[in-house]
Design a protein around this ligand. Structure first.
Ligand SMILES: Cc1ncc(COP(=O)(O)O)c(C=O)c1O
Length: 399
């Protein structure tokens, strides 16, 4: 029998720390490995699988689109990308869409659009203010915007033109603003940074400051978008609309895609030839995205996801009450994390996996939970039973 893990070690770049599971099949919240072991998947493709694995609507859309047309390039018009753009525009309050293939590429598009606008209207202003522990991607522009030294330092010198300030600190944003500043870019909830919530009024304060100083507000909703936090977009909780919205991950239910949405007057600064992507807006990806969005926007779907989130949060808070090891429960919707009293998240992940639950150690002292939005009550209860058993196995005596 093939040892797939040994083969991976032999043939792939060793740049990922993978969990030792070779996943072969998935359905809903469950996956099976090559040995037939079943797991509850609360990693969800890192916030991608909003509808779970192999949702019939996505499978059907991909299969039908693949039979009809997979790819043509942006030298032509295709229907799914136009329908998807219309749907995103109608639900976001922004005016135009650009499609690409990943989160980092979407961030690159946002950076370029901000710089283009700064050049055309703000005397060449180009600097973008971002936040410590913010994550925007791995390509050089997005990495330059990312506020985590260990990701950045090995690749310095990076792109100039980013001012990285502490998260949740409006005064720091104000102090970092100069005539060079063109935009502020944040995640409405920091995902990779450990599921860090915005302080009350922080996002509204950023909106106010940007409006007052003529800066663009860019929300990177690669992780928080497409229902992940219980609204289609996280900014809708706050009533704070960005000028540019960055999307990817959940948008096509698992098929690679990225997008930015922007106001009409901004979008107009990308003229023909300014930006592009061979695969961007590809019929297969945009058909998958249309199917995904139709499910997420179906009446009652997000309300049900919010109820499930409340159940999961209540269970997590009960675990926090019973175990010294758990020091916090944070997040919103189906983007949740528990903080740990010591740096043992990798062991919690291992203990969970041994018991049939996949979770992610987003920080050495935090576990992130990203179940699909349509996770069932029974799956939530089973996952929490396993999580609690894993924690108990590492915990000091119960409180
Ligand atoms: C907020 C945010 N922006 C950008 C990215 C980069 O997305 P991708 O991995 O698709 O390039 C991520 C990935 O985790 C993210 O969470």
């Amino acid at each position: 029998m093939t040892d797939w893990i040994a083969e991976e070690h032999r043939y792939l770049f060793q740049n990922y720390g993978r969990q030792p599971v070779v996943i072969e099949r998935g359905l809903g919240t469950r996956v099976w490995d090559v040995d037939g072991n079943e797991y509850l998947d609360f990693v969800g493709g890192i916030a991608v699988n909003v509808l779970g694995h192999s949702h019939p609507a996505v499978v059907r859309a991909v299969a039908e689109q693949a039979e009809q047309l997979i790819h043509t390039s942006n030298l032509f018009y295709t229907k799914p990308m136009i329908e998807l753009a219309r749907m995103l525009v109608e639900h976001s309050g922004l005016d135009r869409a650009f499609f690409c293939n990943s989160g980092t590429e979407a961030v690159e598009a946002a950076i370029k659009l901000a710089r283009r606008w700064g050049r055309d209207t703000r005397a060449g202003a180009y600097e973008i203010i971002t936040t410590q522990d913010g994550f925007h991607g791995r390509t050089l522009g997005a990495l330059s915007a990312t506020g985590t030294a260990r990701y950045r330092e090995p690749f310095e010198p990076l792109l100039p033109g980013f001012a990285i300030v502490p998260w949740n600190d409006l005064d720091a944003v104000r102090a970092a603003t100069s005539e060079r500043t063109v935009a502020v870019m944040v995640e409405p909830i920091q995902g990779e940074g450990g599921v860090n919530m915005p302080a009350p009024g922080y996002l509204a304060g950023l909106r106010e400051w940007c409006t007052e100083r003529g800066l663009l507000l860019i929300f990177d909703e690669v992780q928080t978008g497409i229902g992940r936090t219980g609204e289609l977009f996280a900014f809708q909780h706050e009533g704070v609309r960005p000028d540019i919205l960055v999307l990817a991950k959940g948008l096509a239910g698992g098929v690679p895609i990225g997008a930015i949405l922007a106001r009409e007057d901004l979008a107009a600064h990308f003229v023909k030839g300014d930006h592009g992507s061979t695969f961007g807006g590809n019929p297969l990806a945009t058909a998958a995205a249309l199917a995904t969005l139709r499910e997420v926007m179906a009446p009652g779907f997000l309300a049900r996801a919010r109820e499930s989130s409340a159940r999961l949060l209540a269970r997590l808070r009960a675990i926090e009450d019973r175990h010294e090891l758990v020091t916090s429960v944070r997040g919103r919707g189906m983007l949740l994390a528990i903080g740990l009293a010591r740096e043992c998240s990798a062991q919690v992940v291992d203990e969970c996996r041994r018991r049939g639950l996949l979770v992610n150690n987003v920080r050495p002292d935090a576990i992130r939970l990203l179940p699909p939005l349509n996770v069932t009550d029974e799956e939530i209860d089973r996952a929490c039973d396993i999580l609690e058993a894993a924690i108990a196995s590492l915990d000091a005596p119960p409180k």
